[in-house]
Write a protein of this length. Structure first.
Lengths: 610, 94
């Protein structure tokens, strides 16, 4: 087998407890690289597109990349893909931490889960020993307790665990999958796991990940690590985490405030920033596998009403979704809410968005106190906010509707509520505003999983992070449309490769160049790949996901933004219209897609996707 | 001479433990000159403002003059008496 890979995929059928090991296909490796790419190929080939995402016929694929588990900086990630119950289309969520490398150490590149267990079950992978075990005693436990109990039960403190919480068990469509080092948050994949009666996957492995040319690999890793260590972004991320950018983001109009209705809130942003966290509740920065950056936060609240909250701290997205979106400027409340969501297993972006939507519905009289269990829903109110998370986690009262996501909730409430439901294709928008960065509009409209800032990360370019090897040598004007279609395409294709190799995007911008990646591929896998082949593989991976969605009826009619986001705010830095349609026309043309947003046959032939 | 206000956000504020600076400058000073001649005198700001590879001012600094976002041309963009210049560095963020 080629270096970097283990050459084996586990297939687990939960209906009949059948476990088999299949070879990783070399053709998949060459064309789709790993991670998100190979997972997309598997799902595209195997999944009947008509399946109900919560039925046993849906598949849940966990996949690592060739760099996962090697000592290359920031390569501890893995991806999970499925047909999303939240959106009904391509669903994908990634996580950092240690679980992905452990799966490689156990000897596997990925896992394909299918069927549904009769009773609550967990999967225990201990190198070559694989067992499906009873999880009745863990059903109902939160994710933190589940991890603790499983490690004790297995007598393997070094095992690594992914698990769902009560929210996933109750198949709430905004449920996530929690790992010891991170959270695979988006697209409701926790509900897919819950629908299969699978509580957790515990892994312990003791094999190394072999690379093709160890000397070259080690030299290169040393070179990249040194660049990362000396990059000011590294120091910033280590000191303040991703929320260290909160104040700067707010100043340029990037941060959504009060359900995307308000222009600025600098005082609030300051109290929700990574710098403020560092002065108040930060216990220590936390690192993922083989990462020198340590951007994650461990927090502890020592006194006050939330004393005792400790563990995973909120990141930028959560500080915005639970903070600025709701006009809450108390970081301890945000940390408490983050802890609740971690324990229940709820995606914090979707959760904050759907709660902000509910506040607005209440403010505008679309729902009444009776509908919400007599809660006092006023912007900035701590008590009702935390109570709503509990209701979503337990699927109580209105929580059972909100747990289905903002699109479903708006359809259920009716009365024009969809005007306040901020999502694309059913996925709640992440915490970056297309009225501040023109390319985000196009990125959100065309991302395969719905509104996603990470599938292109083109707003980084508009902020001035340059990628000269992609031809991005100058900072573009963020308020202009010209050239954005090409830039978004280049970034989407590039990020498709980054998600397939798999490299953390923070680590990427702290020191990797594209040339580093080509050299890393050669040293790890053992064959040369040219810049053109690299870009082409990224394009192929992006397109196969689009094909998956086209098959489900996705076309131009769905590549839209919410009405609120299409209009600029009256003044200030958000006083810019996204101008989506002209960018979309150019985008389709450059992509080789027809007017309806479907790849043309000649494009598919060129990408070897026919 | 003119007097301007500089507002530092996030990392930049923490680097020198000051949020606001009042700075006197010759008339017709550019943003680039403000940064190079005044702000880089603060040792703590050097590492935040200068790109370690290119040794030039980072392309990903956020700069606003009186809440107007400055997207490029820091060489030609001039500051006026009473202006507030806001500067922040952002990493990935989310």
């Amino acid at each position: 087998m080629l270096g970097g890979y283990k050459g084996k995929i586990l297939r687990v059928n939960l209906t009949d407890s059948r476990v088999s090991i299949e070879p990783l296909k070399e053709d998949h490796v060459k064309k789709f690289i790993g991670g998100s790419g190979i997972a997309a190929k598997i799902l595209y080939d195997e999944l009947d597109s008509s399946v109900d995402p919560l039925s046993p016929k849906n598949k849940l694929v966990f996949m690592t990349g060739p760099l996962t588990g090697t000592l290359a900086s920031g390569c501890g990630r893995f991806v999970i893909v499925s047909k999303s119950p939240l959106t009904g289309i391509w669903g994908e969520a990634g996580s950092a931490g240690y679980w992905g490398p452990e799966l490689k150490f156990a000897g596997y590149d990925g896992i394909i889960l299918e069927g549904r267990a009769e009773n609550p079950t967990y999967l225990w992978i201990n190198n070559e020993n694989i067992e499906l075990r009873d999880a009745e005693h863990l059903w109902g436990e939160d994710t933190i307790e589940t991890e603790k109990k499983l490690k004790l039960e297995l007598k393997e403190p070094r095992s690594r665990i992914v698990t769902i919480g009560p929210s996933g068990e109750r198949v709430a469509k905004i449920a996530c999958i929690v790992t010891d080092g991170g959270i695979a948050g988006r697209c409701g994949l926790g509900a897919v796991m819950g629908s299969k009666n699978l509580k957790a996957i515990a892994v312990r492995g003791t094999e190394r990940v072999e690379v093709a040319d160890e000397d070259s690999f080690n030299d290169l890793v040393k070179e990249i690590s040194s660049i990362i260590e000396n990059n000011p972004r590294t120091k910033s991320l280590r000191s303040y985490g991703s929320a260290g950018s909160m104040e700067g983001n707010e100043a340029v109009g990037d941060v959504p405030i009060k359900n995307w209705m308000v222009e600025s809130w600098s005082d609030g942003a300051k109290k929700l920033s990574g710098q403020y966290i560092a002065k108040t509740i930060l216990k220590r920065p936390v690192t993922c596998f083989a990462c020198p950056i340590a951007c994650k936060r461990e927090i502890e609240i020592k006194s006050g009403p939330y004393a005792g909250v400790k563990g995973k701290g909120p990141e930028y997205e959560t500080c915005a979704s639970f903070g600025t979106m709701l006009l809450i400027d108390d970081i301890e409340v945000v940390a408490k809410a983050n802890d609740l969501c971690t324990r229940y297993g709820i995606d914090t972006i979707s959760c904050g968005s759907v709660i902000a939507f509910t506040y607005e519905c209440y403010e505008k009289g679309l729902i009444t106190s009776k509908d919400i269990g007599e809660l006092n829903l006023s912007w900035g109110d701590h008590e009702s906010f935390l109570k709503m998370i509990e209701m979503i986690g337990k699927r109580e009262g209105i929580g059972s509707i909100l747990g289905e996501g903002v699109k479903f909730a708006s359809e259920k409430i009716g009365k024009d509520a969809e005007k306040f439901a901020i999502h694309v294709k059913g996925l709640e928008m992440p915490m970056h505003d297309p009225r501040a960065y023109k390319s985000l509009a196009l990125g959100y409209a065309t991302s395969n999983r719905g509104a996603c800032h990470l599938e292109a990360t083109s707003h980084w370019v508009e902020r001035g992070t340059l990628f000269p090897e992609l031809g991005i040598k100058e900072k573009p004007n963020r308020f202009k449309s010209e050239g954005k279609a090409k830039m978004v395409i280049d970034m989407q294709n590039f990020m498709a490769m980054v998600d397939s190799l798999i490299i953390c995007k923070f680590a990427l911008t702290c020191g990797y160049t594209l040339n580093h990646l080509l050299r890393l591929i050669e040293a790890t896998i053992g064959y040369k790949i040219t810049m053109d082949e690299f870009k082409r593989a990224g394009e192929r991976i992006f397109n196969i996901k689009r094909l998956f969605n086209n098959r489900l009826g996705i076309s131009r009619k769905d590549d839209r933004l919410p009405e609120r986001i299409n209009k600029p705010l009256p003044e200030g830095v958000k006083h810019h219209s996204p101008d989506l349609d002209p960018m979309l026309d150019e985008y389709y043309q450059l992509r080789g897609w027809d007017e309806e947003g479907k790849p043309k046959p000649e494009k598919l032939k060129e990408l070897e996707l026919l | 001479m003119i007097k301007i206000h500089v507002r530092l956000l996030g990392d930049l504020r923490e680097a020198i433990r000051k949020e606001r600076l009042e700075i006197e400058l010759p008339n017709n000073t550019s943003l680039k000159e403000l940064i190079e001649n005044k702000l880089l005198r603060y040792e703590g700001l050097k590492g935040q403002i200068i790109d370690p590879v290119t040794k030039r001012i980072r392309t990903d600094l956020i700069i606003l003059i009186n809440e107007r976002s400055i997207e490029s041309f820091i060489e030609s963009e001039r500051v006026k008496d009473g202006d507030t210049v806001t500067i922040a560095s952002v990493v990935a963020g989310g």
